[in-house]
Design a binder for this molecule. Structure first.
Ligand code: MN
Length: 288
């Protein structure tokens, strides 16, 4: 019942047609239903091509992104906020045109290490920008997901509670929480409680190990997390996310601090993840 997805960066660094073909065909061959397409530079992604390649392989797409520092909707500077809003609008348009119904990630600030806490003014800017973009997303059939990330990747939303508070303040129906086991392992006292706190507002889940390598080879309590997801009757997408500098671009390596590679073989990693997630879901359903 949950669609199972995998991030395109398991196979490719960019989104040329050759890269789209490779990521989508390999994701399908490894047993996934969904490919998550990164829109770090949404204007560089061809949605018509993506839609066609998805259809060729009978696959679905979701989209994810983190805003750049010069287009940070949580900035105190209204010109920077405006640029951020434009990037979000372009991303929504591209997502909708490729047939994706979900755009998640760090839509509320830039992706990077901040050197000071968020300001009230900046949080208000993020809230207002999301409130302005949400209707456009709704008209395109796109749900927006706010992903709490660890403190080194944003200063505004590090926990499910903070995401829920911002969503309440924005007051749009098509904004959900996007939880990620890797980030939760750093920031949440209790990942299962975070799932329960989100309730029906949980809309997307990233599965990653604490070191972002092979699932089950690290410290994340996947059994507890999957029991919480099954217990909450979560029916949304579950997407595997892992990065290696053998695949991704230098920008990606820097943004996500991928200093040590956890793997080289994309297909082996993805096939393992698919089986791991399946086994966790089955075990959690039996324990329920
Ligand atoms: Mn994630």
């Amino acid at each position: 019942m949950n669609r199972l997805g995998v991030h395109a960066a398991v196979w490719v660094a960019g989104w040329s047609e050759v890269e789209a073909q490779r990521a989508i065909s390999r994701a399908s061959a490894c047993g996934f239903d969904v490919v998550e397409v990164p829109l770090l530079n949404p204007a560089a992604v061809d949605p018509a091509m993506t839609r066609r390649v998805l259809a060729e392989h009978d696959m679905q797409a979701t989209c994810s992104m983190g805003l750049p520092a010069d287009a940070d909707v949580s900035s105190d500077d209204v010109a920077v906020v405006r640029r951020g809003e434009e990037v979000l609008r372009t991303a929504v348009e591209v997502a909708g045109e490729m047939g994706a119904t979900y755009l998640g990630g760090i839509l509320y600030s830039s992706l990077g290490k901040y050197t000071r806490p968020p300001t009230d003014r900046g949080r208000n800017h993020a809230m207002e920008a999301l409130a302005r973009v949400a209707p456009q997303a709704a008209a395109s059939g796109v749900t927006l997901g706010l992903e709490p990330v660890n403190r080194y990747e944003s200063n505004l939303i590090n926990t499910a509670a903070q995401a829920m508070a911002l969503i309440d303040d924005v007051g749009a129906d098509n904004i959900v929480v996007h939880l990620d086991s890797y980030h939760m392992h750093i920031e949440e006292a209790d990942a299962a409680a975070a799932v329960r706190r989100c309730g029906d507002r949980l809309g997307y889940v990233h599965i990653g190990e604490n070191h972002r390598g092979y699932l089950g080879s690290g410290r994340v309590d996947f059994a507890g997390l999957f029991r919480a997801l099954v217990g909450a009757d979560y029916t949304g997408d579950i997407t595997f996310e892992s990065f290696s500098s053998t695949v991704v671009s230098d920008d990606f390596v820097s943004a996500l601090a991928i200093w040590r590679d956890q793997w080289q073989d994309s297909d082996d990693l993805a096939t393992h993840a698919r089986t791991f997630i399946d086994n966790q879901l089955r075990a959690a359903a039996r324990a329920a």
